[in-house]
Design a protein around this ligand. Sequence first.
Ligand code: FES
Ligand SMILES: [Fe+2]
Length: 424
Amino acid sequence: MERVKQIEILKELMSQVDEKRNVDAGRMLENPVASYTCPDMAAREWETFFRDHPQIIGMTGDLPAPGSFMTVDDFGTPVLACRDAEGNFRAFLNACRHRGVKLVTEERGEKTRFSCPFHAWTYDNSGALLAIPQPGHFGAVDKPSLGLIELPAVESHGMLFVHPKRDGVIDVAAMLGGLGPEIANWKFERLHRTGETAITKRLNWKLANDTFGETYHFQKLHKNTLGQLFHGDNLAYETFGRNHRFVFASRFIDMLREAPEEEWALPMGATLLYFIFPNIQIIVGRGTTNLVKIYPHKDDPARSTSRICHYFTENAIAAEAEAKASGNALTLDEVYDFEARKEKTLTYAVINEVFDSTIEQEDYAMGERIQVAAESGELDTVVFGRNEPALHHYHNSYRAALGLEPLEEYRAGGCKPTPGLERP
Ligand code: FES
Ligand SMILES: [Fe+2]
């Protein structure tokens, strides 16, 4: 992101904080809760957004060197992703060409050859079939035509894109919807992977996405945790096609006011979140980036898995090492202590733990309660406020993609009253 834009956003957030003002979508919308429970809709989403849609499976740092590999089982096509001898990112169907057994079961590692656990057919990380045991017994096989099935794969802007279908098309520019040049400035390709957590919970995958769609809850739900570090109730928001940029002020923004403008950088006073349709949240902070990939479960609209992948910049890793050596590393107990945060250095073990536990124990706990209410059949709609534009845009985007009508505007008296219990 250009510096001019960073300064502009910081000033907008400062004025929102000063004036106790929040972003204003200008209207409220009603969202039918059936979108969190309907099996037919879930089946259409699975096909449209996961089985037949390019997927961001990680960052460049997930495959740090030639010989690195990772496997993915989140969207119906088992994927083996590799960095080959030339350093190119490649993706294959993770299935042996003999009888189709899953070739690689480890989640990630360093390996240039993969031997099938069933009968030991062996492939290299360019997908070539190298050898089969007892060829005289098995029969003549045409090795070049029995390499691993290759999937479309593109590495761009420090992110790894895969299409789940062999004949699928990955159009990165279209997928990023104009966010490309801005994202390029953050240099995601230089990030180092520092950990990953998977959270499977009883909430629809869109409820998991909704968690990242407003700052209205910061000073309520997160009052004793993130609320100590963020102002809440402020938001600089912009859409890019079906995606959006969502920036909210941390309390460090107050310290920036003292510093000359030439020294300002957006992550010094705010956290940025990029949503990339349909299921990716990328959260950029001071030296840290978190990639949250959110997946439905194929046969259950009430279940989702979020994979939270953590990355640090080179500088943040160096700062952490220095802080540990000098005894100035922030401890888990101090993480919500703003004064300690000002003085000490955050370590990735601490930030990863806090990030994961806040999402799981605070945000997704709310999502699970919404899911239960939605399934009762007695709650028809929920309301998205004027201060929740990301929810408006996200829900209307997937509705449009599925050929559904946009959400209706909420009007006074609009939510259906209980028959016979209408109050004056
Ligand atoms: S299924 Fe892989 S070697 Fe037989
Ligand atoms: Fe939250």
